[in-house]
Design a protein around this ligand. Structure first.
Ligand SMILES: *[C@@H]1O[C@H](CO)[C@@H](O)[C@H](O)[C@H]1NC(C)=O
Ligand SMILES: *[C@@H]1O[C@H](CO)[C@@H](O)[C@H](O)[C@H]1NC(C)=O
Ligand SMILES: *[C@@H]1O[C@H](CO)[C@@H](O)[C@H](O)[C@H]1NC(C)=O
Ligand SMILES: *[C@@H]1O[C@H](CO)[C@@H](O)[C@H](O)[C@H]1NC(C)=O
Length: 259
């Protein structure tokens, strides 16, 4: 009996902190996470809660670094949005409890990872979407958080994974990845143009000087036109970037950078 309990205890201990995959292209890697060298992992630029052990490795970190540099052209007009997205994909690849949130249809170490799914809670998905919603590229492409997350992986960020949300908004389900305290709200770091909640206070009517003119236009109209042209331009630019980016065929198909 004691032996059984001991085995149960030990096996539950061993099941903790388990990885599902590693590398680029991703291979099944069901092993404990490894200590990381901070210098090599681009994912730790902003965050430090991985307890010193991760499931991703240096070649993945380089892959992320390169692709997130590309993502700046889509989401960079609001750094909170960019960092929230970055954080999500870094957690997918590096989280030490990866096997709690990531599943796949094959489990043989060293084989290519097949049909990976990543379980994330709806509140995280919604709040990240809210931080990105008014970035021109995002508002043009994705009208809802579900659309944003389900197709984002395949388009702007080349991570081939299916996201899985809890059924019926069961956000308290601990089986879904949900670090709400790590959300960066856009009003903390983005300007009013891409984050309406940052505008509060600045759209006070007393800020608009009625005598202020730029040519025949009032300043308010002038700034409005300027703002709209900027959004139009940014959208056009991101579409062009997108076409170029697509043609470059970045993705997990890409050869590992280090090997
Ligand atoms: C990263 O992991 C992959 C898959 O396990 C492996 O093939 C590759 O050699 C690793 N790269 C580094 C730099 O450790
Ligand atoms: C971490 O990586 C950097 C860059 O590759 C290297 O210079 C440094 O010696 C490494 N540190 C440790 C503790 O391995
Ligand atoms: C991983 O899971 C263990 C056990 O459930 C928990 O103590 C630890 O905080 C988790 N790590 C992270 C980074 O969430
Ligand atoms: C993981 O995937 C396998 C095979 O697709 C499936 O049988 C299993 O139920 C899944 N586990 C979880 C926790 O979703």
């Amino acid at each position: 009996m004691i032996l059984l309990l001991l085995i149960l205890f030990l096996s539950s201990f061993c099941l903790e902190n388990q990885c599902r995959f590693q590398g680029n292209p991703p291979l099944v890697w069901e092993k404990p996470p490894q200590p990381y060298n901070l210098t090599n992992l681009a994912c730790f630029e902003y965050y430090d809660y991985f307890d010193g052990h991760v499931c991703c490795n240096a070649s993945q970190a380089l892959f992320f670094k390169e692709n997130f540099a590309e993502a700046v052209s889509f989401f960079g007009s609001c750094s909170a949005c960019l960092k929230n997205i970055y954080f999500t994909w870094c957690n997918y690849a590096c989280h030490p409890n990866q096997s709690d949130y990531v599943n796949s249809s094959n489990h043989v170490n060293g084989e290519p990872l097949q049909n990976p799914t990543f379980k994330i809670c709806r509140r995280w998905a919604k709040q990240v979407y809210e931080s990105c919603q008014f970035v021109p590229f995002v508002s043009a492409m994705w009208p809802t958080y579900v659309a944003f997350w389900l197709t984002q992986a395949a388009s702007a960020i080349p991570v081939p994974v299916t996201l899985e949300f809890p059924p019926n908004d069961q956000d308290d389900d601990p089986n879904y990845w949900c670090p709400l305290d790590k959300i960066r709200p856009c009003q903390d770091e983005c300007d009013c143009l891409v984050c309406p909640s940052a505008c509060e206070g600045t759209n006070d009517i007393s800020y608009i000087d009625n005598d202020c003119k730029v040519g025949k236009l009032s300043c308010f109209t002038f700034y409005l036109i300027l703002g709209c042209s900027f959004i139009g331009f940014a959208f056009l630019f991101s579409i062009i970037r997108r076409i170029i980016f697509r043609n470059k065929k970045v993705g997990f198909e890409k050869k590992p950078i280090l090997n």
